[in-house]
Design a protein around this ligand. Structure first.
Ligand code: HH2
Length: 269
């Protein structure tokens, strides 16, 4: 998944693609570099980011989604608002990437009606509070149990289980050690029976480990991509698609595995 942030304040590329033309061009570049899915978002989830209203979020993402989907690209919408998801799906998105895992009570019905793919991500707390000293008894078990419960809730609301991907939410209410443990034990999330998404690209814990600024975390991100795939991730949400493709292609060859296509079956595609 290639990241297309149409925001003024995302942690690594805020403001770069707020202009819709620049965002569309960036999405097309990411697809040419090998992204299978373009993840278009209009609201930053970094700690302390300003909340965005439905109309503003729609104004940011809809033209970009329409352009990328009509050019034949598979598009996910990175939103936690059912009203935004509904319009994004009508505009051509086929996957909803919800970092609140159905926090909006209307979200499951929107996804069930559309028959779209759905990414359920774990977050402890809210973006405003999540990095205030998060604690867990066993981070992997807590994340897995949460995702199992959210998956069951989605299915109970009519979402087909085979359209759901799960994501441990690297950096969302986790210390450096929590993130490292989740990546190392990612394979245990496969017990949920759904493809596992890993989003670690350029994130703060990589800065804490290497001392590098956000613009200089490619090597660190590639280390996570390679070991994440070895641990069982099937989908990587990244900023640097071409480099990640190369690193993962070689890692998979060394592991003797083929790249899977975990796309949610059927639906609107
Ligand atoms: N991380 C971010 C946003 N959305 N979605 C999933 N499924 N998994 C993630 O790890 C994830 C996500 C945060 O990264 P980014 O979009 O680059 O920044 P921001 O939230 O500041 O826009």
């Amino acid at each position: 998944m290639g990241i297309v942030n149409v925001t003024p304040d995302s942690f690594s590329d805020g403001g770069r693609y707020l202009d819709r033309g620049a965002a569309i061009e960036h999405g097309i570049e990411l697809a040419a570099a090998g992204a299978d899915v373009l993840d278009v978002g209009g609201e930053s989830t970094r700690p302390g980011a300003a909340a965005v209203g439905v109309e503003e979020e729609l104004a940011r993402v809809l033209p970009v989604i329409e352009a990328l989907a009509s050019a034949g690209h598979r598009v996910s919408v990175d939103t936690s608002k059912a009203a935004v998801a509904e319009r994004a799906l009508a505009a051509g998105a086929t996957i909803v990437n919800d970092v609140t895992a159905l926090g909006d009570p209307a979200m499951a019905a929107v996804c069930a009606d559309a028959g779209c793919g759905l990414i359920l991500m774990h977050m402890k707390g809210t973006p405003r509070t999540m990095q205030d000293d998060p604690t867990y008894d066993d981070v992997l078990v807590e994340v897995r149990d949460f995702l199992a419960e959210r998956l069951a809730a989605a299915v109970a609301a009519g979402v087909a289980a085979e359209r759901v991907w799960v994501d441990p939410g690297i950096g969302f209410g986790k210390t450096v050690d929590h993130n490292l443990e989740l990546i190392e034990r990612l394979g245990e999330l496969r017990e949920l029976g759904r493809p596992v998404v890993l989003g670690a690209s350029r994130k703060a814990f990589l800065g804490e480990l290497t001392g590098r600024e956000v613009s200089d975390r490619l090597a660190a991100s590639l280390a996570v991509a390679v070991l994440g795939v070895a641990s069982g991730a099937e989908v990587l949400r990244v900023h640097d698609v071409a480099a990640t493709r190369d690193a993962v292609t070689v890692a998979l060859a060394l592991l003797g595995r083929d790249a899977a296509d975990p796309a949610p079956a059927g639906g609107r595609e």
